[in-house]
Design a protein around this ligand. Structure first.
Ligand SMILES: [Zn+2]
Length: 67
C-alpha cells in the first residue's frame, strides 16, 4: 500500500504577479511552468490558475527587435 503525499516541496516558479481575485502571489508548479512559458513564447500570453481557482491572464511585451 502506497500513498503519495504532497508536502509542499514541489518546486514552483514565481510569476511576479498577484491574483486579481484574492491578491495571492502567483506561483506556477514547475510541472506547469514549461507549458506557461511556452504559451508566453508563442502568444505573448498565458493563463495560469491561482490556488483560489481564478484564472489569470498574463501578457508580456516582446523585446523590441533590432531593425
Ligand atoms: Zn486567487
Amino acid at each position: 500500500m502506497t500513498s503519495n503525499q504532497r508536502s509542499g516541496t514541489e518546486e514552483v516558479v514565481d510569476m511576479e504577479l498577484h491574483c486579481v481575485k484574492c491578491q495571492a502571489r502567483l506561483y506556477v508548479p514547475l510541472s506547469q511552468a514549461s507549458a506557461v512559458l511556452d504559451s508566453l513564447e508563442r502568444t505573448s500570453a498565458a493563463i495560469p490558475i491561482c490556488v483560489c481557482g481564478q484564472a489569470q491572464l498574463i501578457r508580456v511585451k516582446r523585446k523590441p527587435r533590432h531593425d
